[in-house]
Design a protein around this ligand. Structure first.
Ligand code: NCW
Length: 480
């Protein structure tokens, strides 16, 4: 037993998301989501791919559960496709019983297999109908009501079968990548207008605000009408990287490190824990960052039963002395992979944004725990890709020692955060159970502990990491 440890009933398992694994886009009454439409735009997705087939998980629920069991998972985090449940998305649109039945059976089957289901209500695949009808995430009045309605339909359908709910996955990604850089659906960019008269540099902040209100409304609905009888917990999942100063001697770089975390994580975390946006964001963005009315602030503040943490990597941060650009979303700084001395933050991976640094995980969860008064954490995603993994011969690809090392490093860092720093962490989901549709990167990036043979009938082949991960947790989880 190492010095550090994780609590006895620690829930570890794997995570996926509906559009990334399911396929079956037109089956059993499913409506389009903004990702179906986005994938049809030439040039948006590597290789012109889409989630039309993906891992075919919609048809392989039994196989996926058997795989989870085989790997020893105690929990499985998956997301619901809103447009399978309400094909057009809105509160006055028909509910699709077939969609509900599919997921309820899946959750019950997981439970029967001894695996705790953890449901994400929204992992980026907004019903296309809502985007078309009223501008989707940009429309506060409509979106908040429609999300609350969708959440209520789900809470009612799953009852006590599901005890861990996540409203939104990584709202930063949907807001910034969907409404500023345009890398993700619906692909809106802030360079449509660099002028001060333009509205486009406001859009990501409006979308972020609407996510927070919709989260608050869904949590209130759960607490008012479901939590008591179903006995579950509900939270949001936020992504964010650790930051190290480019020049540790420079106080401005050190300040910029915190500012970067504020712009990515505290943008959502501060309203949820404090009822307001970080001062650094207000200072830079002025009135482009929406204001909370007192009612809105009250709805959002205190709306997390737990903090869902997605974490992958770290960056070096160098401050900028120039005025921030109108479309800057990071806090007027540079994100770098090398520091002043030319040292790399971590090894290269297939994803340009991902360089692992396990100690950064420990530092970040402690930083967040301190800032937010010691909340309960569930790590809802953590994992890696390997540069060139997709090109390797199968045998080598299955021998993913680098991923085993990644999990050893990160799980060890988490155990340190728990045992040595006093962080209250109850669960961990590795990203991902299997290789899947990696959004704009298509199928070129493989995050799975299980290889999916896309050309060979979606057959699953567990990699070495799939077998090792249970041993890693076994080593750290306290026995009595
Ligand atoms: S793309 C992304 N991911 C991966 C994805 O598969 C999963 O669905 C997400 O929850 C793995 O974990 C998350 N995150 C986006 C990374 C940010 C890219 C930064 C671009 C710079 C502007």
């Amino acid at each position: 037993m190492p010095d550090s440890y994780l609590p006895k009933d620690f829930l570890w398992g794997f995570a996926t998301a509906s559009y990334q694994i399911e396929g079956a886009p037109a089956e059993d009454g499913r409506g389009d989501s903004i990702w179906d439409t986005f994938c049809r735009i030439p040039g948006k997705i590597a290789g012109g791919e889409s989630g039309d087939v993906a891992c075919d998980s919609y048809h392989r629920t039994g196989e996926d559960i058997a795989l989870l069991k085989q790997l020893g998972a105690k929990s499985y985090r998956f997301s619901l496709s809103w447009s399978r449940i309400i094909p057009l998305g809105g509160r006055n649109d028909p509910v699709n019983q077939k969609g509900i039945d599919h997921y309820v059976k899946f959750a019950k089957d997981l439970r029967a297999a001894g695996i705790e289901p953890m449901i994400t209500l929204f992992h980026w695949d907004l019903p296309e109908g809502l985007d078309k009808r009223y501008g989707g995430l940009l429309n506060k009045e409509e979106f908040v009501k429609d999300f609350e309605n969708y959440a209520r339909v789900c809470f009612k359908a799953f009852g006590s079968t599901v005890k861990l709910w996540i409203t939104f996955n990584e709202p930063w990604c949907s807001s910034i990548l969907g409404y500023s850089t345009g890398l993700f659906a619906p692909g809106r960019t802030s360079d449509r207008s660099k002028s001060k008269d333009g509205d486009s540099s406001r859009e990501p902040w409006i979308v972020g605000h609407n996510f927070l209100l919709a989260h608050g409304a869904a949590v209130k609905a759960y607490r008012d009408d479901f939590k008591k009888q179903d006995g579950g917990q509900i939270g949001i999942t936020l992504n964010g990287d650790w930051t190290e100063p480019w020049d540790p001697e420079d106080p401005k770089d050190r300040e910029a490190c915190d500012r970067k975390i504020e712009f990515s994580i505290c943008w959502f975390g501060d309203p949820i824990y404090f009822g307001k946006y970080p001062d650094s964001m207000r200072k830079q963005l002025g009135d482009r960052l929406p204001e909370f009315t007192p009612e809105e602030a009250a709805l959002v503040q205190g709306s997390n039963d737990f903090y869902g943490m997605n974490h992958y990597c770290a960056n070096y941060i160098k401050h900028k002395d120039t005025e921030p650009e109108l479309d800057d979303f990071a806090g007027n700084l540079e994100m770098l992979m090398q520091n002043k001395k030319g040292e790399w933050i971590g090894p290269e991976t297939q994803s340009v944004w991902l360089r692992p640094m396990p100690l950064g995980f420990r530092k970040l969860i402690k930083w967040l725990s301190d800032r937010y008064g010691g909340p309960t954490f569930y790590v809802t995603e953590n994992g890696t890709s390997l540069k060139g993994e997709n090109e390797l011969p199968l045998e080598e690809l299955l021998n993913d020692e680098f991923r085993v090392e990644y999990f050893r490093g990160y799980v060890g860092a988490l155990a340190d955060a728990h045992a040595l720093d006093g962080v209250d962490v109850r669960g961990y989901s590795a990203w991902s159970l299997m290789d899947n549709f990696e959004w704009a990167e298509g199928y070129t990036t493989r995050f799975g502990v299980t290889y999916v043979d896309y050309k060979g009938g979606q057959k699953r082949h567990p990699k070495k990491s799939a077998r090792e991960i249970s041993k890693i947790f076994d080593q750290y989880i306290k026995k009595d």
